[in-house]
Design a protein around this ligand. Structure first.
Ligand SMILES: *Cc1c(COP(=O)(O)O)cnc(C)c1O
Length: 391
């Protein structure tokens, strides 16, 4: 007998947390196979198409032969300049496009690679939970250890910085934070970023603020950028994405801004692994970043109407929840007698409504469920009617 290759996953893959959505996914497929009219509010992926003017810009850009070659890893200067212009007009923050802006193949890519540049095996990374799963996973891939900062309702879903042991703070290399927050939809109040910077300076760790939802806000209340705060540029970086703002999740374009040494470290990792964003996408990205407020307020109004329908609807049938000021999520407590997964399964089986169990975003999310406002208002009304019948 010839010996056979035995495929063994590396320990970093084996130690990935169990895929909590697998069971739900299976039930979703089963429901679909049975012909259930499923209302799927589990995905944080806009159902609204990319604005026409961006698609049109892409059509023109894709024909240019100069875009058919390798792009530069740090991104076209013209794209980085348009990011700097956008920051200036939106946040009144000045950025040098040469080295204070780095283009990313979606912000997930940047978040995933960042710890490789700054985290040694055994180092600590401060990670909010519930939260975007990439923060602890990228930490794990770099050999680091996540210290979980629970986001609790009592503290308005902000990490309690004072509760982090001094010994942990001293070992911390990075801190991830994310406002407007996925999944809780919390926004950072005035003064929060200042406090974070104070801790970063005292204990010498890098702050990575994920601002993917800064433009999905309601009632005219614009969320702040981390970069607006004194000291931010020396304390860290901010991740942004065109995905949520311009309904461009499939295009894969985002960026990071701020501390030039941190960006250089991330750029070093990237230049050894990827070859940048298709330049035609960058040209379309420039056009996207120049999108007028008319289109953006249209998008915000659509989400705001959906938020109102779902918030009022769930409240009227007895759910405990907060009215989001930003993001396109509603984070609600599951009814008494259920845990997160049990309630998600119950809604799916009995009502044909799918939402994400809160514990899928980390253990502190247990007891909650996340609804994404990525289906039309009519369907949300229908979902509330159906949920009401199975409570
Ligand atoms: C969607 C999302 C991202 C990443 O989006 P990209 O498409 O990779 O730019 C980053 N952070 C959070 C919290 C998100 O929800």
């Amino acid at each position: 007998m010839k010996p056979k290759v035995s495929v063994q996953m590396a320990s970093r893959v084996k130690s990935l947390p169990p895929y909590l959505f697998a069971a739900i996914d299976k039930m979703k497929q089963e429901a679909k196979a049975k012909g259930v009219d499923l209302i799927d509010m589990s995905i944080g992926d806009p159902d609204i198409p990319t604005p026409n003017h961006v698609v049109d810009a892409m059509k023109i850009a894709v024909e240019k032969p100069e875009h058919h070659r390798y792009p530069s890893y740090e991104g076209m200067l013209s794209f980085r300049q348009s990011v700097a212009d956008w920051y200036d007009s939106r946040f009144h923050v000045a950025l040098d496009p040469a080295d204070e802006v780095l283009s990313l193949i979606g912000s997930k890519e940047g978040i995933g690679h960042l710890p490789l540049a700054f985290v040694e095996p055994g180092d600590t990374v401060l990670v909010p939970s519930p939260g975007y799963p990439v923060y602890p996973v990228s930490t794990l891939f770099a050999g680091g250890e996540s210290f979980i900062m629970p986001l609790k309702e009592e503290t308005n879903f902000l990490p309690d910085l004072g509760a982090i042991p001094e010994s942990v703070l001293k070992k911390a290399k990075l801190m991830f934070i994310n406002y407007p927050n996925n999944p809780t939809s919390a926004v950072a109040p005035a003064g929060f970023f200042e406090k974070v910077i104070e801790f970063a300076e005292k204990y010498n760790f890098i702050v990575c603020h994920d601002a993917a939802y800064s433009e999905i806000y309601f009632d005219g209340e614009k969320p702040q950028s981390f970069m607006e705060v004194d000291g931010a540029k020396s304390a860290g970086i901010e991740f942004h994405s065109l995905s949520k703002t311009y309904n461009m999740t499939g295009w894969r374009i985002g960026f990071a801004v701020g501390n030039r040494d941190v960006l250089a470290g991330l750029g070093k990792i990237k230049s050894n692994l990827d070859s940048g964003i298709f330049q035609a996408v960058q040209e379309a990205g420039i056009v996207a970043l120049q999108t007028g407020d008319e289109i953006l307020s249209g998008i915000r109004n659509t989400y705001q109407e959906r938020r109102d329908v779902l918030y009022e609807g769930l409240k009227n049938i007895g759910f405990e929840l907060r009215k989001p000021k930003a993001s396109f999520y509603i984070w609600a407590k599951v009814p008494a007698g259920f845990d997160s997964s049990g309630f998600a399964a119950h809604m799916l089986e009995k009502a044909g409504v799918l939402a994400t169990p809160g514990n899928g975003f980390g253990a502190p999310g247990e007891g909650y469920i996340r609804f994404a406002l990525t289906v039309p208002a009519e369907r949300i009304r229908e979902a509330v009617e159906r949920i009401k019948k199975v409570l």
